[in-house]
Design a binder for this molecule. Sequence first.
Ligand SMILES: *Cc1c(COP(=O)(O)O)cnc(C)c1O
Length: 379
Amino acid sequence: MRKIVFFRFAPLLADIFPELLSTAGLIESELLPAPHMQGAIDFPEECGRLWIKADHTLPVAGSIKARGGFHEVLEYAENLAIQSGLIGASDNYRAFNNPAVRNLFSRYEIAVGSTGNLGFGVMAAALGFKAVVHMSANAKEWKKTRLRDRGVQVIEHLGDYEKAVSAGRVMAENNPNAYFVDDERFLSLFLGNAASAIGLKEQLQNQGIVVDVKHPLIIYIPCGVGGAPSGIAWGLNQIFGKNVYCYFAEPTQSPCFLLQMLANNGEHPSVYDFGLNNRTEADGLAVPRASLLAAQAMRNIIAGVFTVQDQTMFNDLARLYHSEAMAIEPSAAAGFAGLQRLKESSLCSSSANHIVWTTGGSLVPESEFNSFLQRASIS
Ligand SMILES: *Cc1c(COP(=O)(O)O)cnc(C)c1O
């Protein structure tokens, strides 16, 4: 049985990332009430209360990608170190931060293809690996710069996210010491994301929020390839069963998970097949084809998928900034549009709790954020 590695690694992480000192090395975000945003989007209290799961503040990566990305790297590092005999399974993992282990890791390259995975590359580089992130040439410039500043090699590829992933895989296959993180490692990414459910359960208890038949919990999560939202939804389903309802939000031009949910067995549709162009300012969600494993895991769990226009994301991003003083990126604002869609449903209930997962943004440069605000069209 595989276990979530975050707990074993916490003391080490507190040593190597000063921003994790205050949580003793755990990677967590707050659950925050959002009464002003609830007013700003006109969501009536008779339909329940709005909360924000603030993954846009996740330390080190500034986005939800910290969870899965960190978990994959840590599990890989653990296996290498134990196989080499440098670390024993029962050792204090602070011992990873020593020259012999770092010297071992420096001989390996870990590569990933991503829409903007600041978590993965930064963790790999911090442990001593050679870290490579393959990105679409269209990916945001500031994300590339930030990775390079942390010692990560960024390789840009013409075309979209999918093209970057396949080119990255080929390059890694030609290097015997390179390890390419993809679907084979899906379970690790999935576990890292599912871990958030454990933290959320405790936060709900601390806030006095009950989840049962009479008090449904409704979750709205932005979805790209589907790894992060499916891990979270699976974890929450383990804990709350049929009393939790998870909805995924996708850009209107990149609804890959929606298409996969509608597809027949054996099909793996791309948004391009449907005349869509996969162009969106929600760069973290600009994915043409969903992860099959994520889709499989969600088949009997997901409550629904909805699509959101870029303009709506900019408007909700601005509303959140003006109402709650939280700065998020466009991808991370996709969830808010879901609340309106449930106004007429049975999930509109004064005893319901609605959690919008804000998935990224705290590392966005100020000038970039100001340009997001300018694109909003709210009065
Ligand atoms: C990557 C990303 C997501 C979605 O995660 P997937 O695992 O690709 O579905 C959501 N929000 C932000 C900000 C992201 O960067």
